[in-house]
Design a protein. Structure first.
Length: 359
């Protein structure tokens, strides 16, 4: 996921953030005209691999051509300067074993989330790249959409998956396992098999009744789905949640942690009695750590289901805490406005670091 240097113009300011930095400036005796704009760091360019298909972006033809060769179509949504896209290219697409596997099993097609090329979808409807991404509700880059032989989604990955997780996704689609089992169930069988303890945080609430947690909370509910021995979980706790600003933002919500393999009883925000293992499967959790955000009515409003660093992690929390999803359905536009506001307030923004420049 990324904030592009060439994002389209934003649709407004974010009141909570504007107020925060206005108060900080006033407390320091600094007027808005005296503030030097902050710097922007972390954008990383990347190029589409040369083995990707040169497509006319008429997807019925692409699917038919791939099927005739025993392959499937993968649509890769990216944006300029996206560091997560750059990592996908560098660590996955350029890996010799992964590259050979993808060439054998997939016709890969690149789409710019903000692009203007014409796209003809399955069924013959025309879009631009950006309107097609909006229609599919692409919130993160990279987003990967794998299509089956009829053009229907076999799997969708929202965000960057590290190599071992990415390879599991490729094998799942290449072996057409969606006909037998959901990707969530396929992955949870592996994740739930791990032994050990989860990494605790002092802001986690000790409750298995999430309906009650929502009734007693003034903010949203965030459910952390984790697994023992998970390297990305350790990065989340040691690097991202170790940041002081991040912790201040996180503590404004009600946060609960569950092991995806646990069979302990729980009550979901809607009042259903289940277990973390069963609920994870029902929610489609296929990556740890995953965070699912619920509003006061117990409705899911946002999700983190892939690798993120600090700025974007904070931005998801802010998006939910401010209920910005009610006025701005496109998360990428929201984070563009958020980064702009931070820089206008005199603080640097690093979309690829682990430490915050503002407090």
């Amino acid at each position: 996921m990324n904030l592009s240097l060439h994002m389209p113009s934003t649709r407004g300011r974010i009141p909570a953030i504007a107020l925060l930095f206005a108060l900080l400036s006033a407390a320091c005796g600094v007027s808005a005209s005296d503030i030097k704009p902050g710097e922007y760091f972390g954008a990383i360019p990347s190029e589409r691999p040369d083995w990707f298909k040169e497509s006319f972006l008429e997807f019925e033809e692409d699917v038919a051509e791939a099927a005739a060769q025993g392959r499937r179509v993968m649509l890769y949504f990216h944006q300029e300067g996206c560091p997560y896209c750059a990592r996908l290219v560098d660590e996955n697409f350029r890996d010799p074993v992964t590259r050979a596997y993808m060439i054998e099993h997939f016709d890969s097609i690149s789409l710019n989330m903000w692009g203007d090329r014409e796209v003809v979808s399955i069924g013959g409807k025309s879009f631009t790249e950006k309107s097609f991404a909006a229609a599919l509700k692409v919130q993160y880059t990279p987003t990967l959409l794998f299509l089956d032989e009829s053009g229907k989604p076999a799997l969708r990955l929202n965000g960057y998956y590290p190599p071992h997780d990415f390879r599991a996704a490729l094998e799942y689609v290449a072996q057409k396992m969606e006909k037998q089992v959901s990707f969530s169930q396929y992955r949870l069988e592996q994740l739930a098999a791990a032994d050990g303890e989860l990494i605790a945080e002092d802001f986690y609430l000790e409750s298995n009744d999430l309906q009650q947690v929502l009734r007693e909370s003034n903010g949203p509910l965030v459910v952390y789905f984790e697994s023992p021995g998970c390297g990305e979980c350790e990065t989340l706790h040691r690097r991202i949640l170790g940041d002081r600003t991040t912790r201040k933002i996180v503590q404004q919500a009600a946060n609960v942690q569950f092991d995806v393999g646990s069979e302990q009883p729980l009550v979901t925000p809607s009042g259903k009695r289940t277990t973390p293992r069963q609920w994870s499967r029902e929610l489609g959790i296929a990556y740890t750590p995953s965070l699912v955000f619920f509003d006061a009515e117990g409705k899911e409003v946002m999700r983190i289901g892939a690798f993120l660093k600090t700025f974007h992690f904070q931005s998801v929390y802010a998006y939910v805490l401010e209920k910005a999803y009610l006025r701005e359905p496109e998360f990428q536009r929201y984070i563009s406005a958020r980064a702009e506001q931070i820089r206008e307030s005199g603080f640097d923004t690093d979309i690829w670091g682990y430490e915050s420049f503002h407090d």
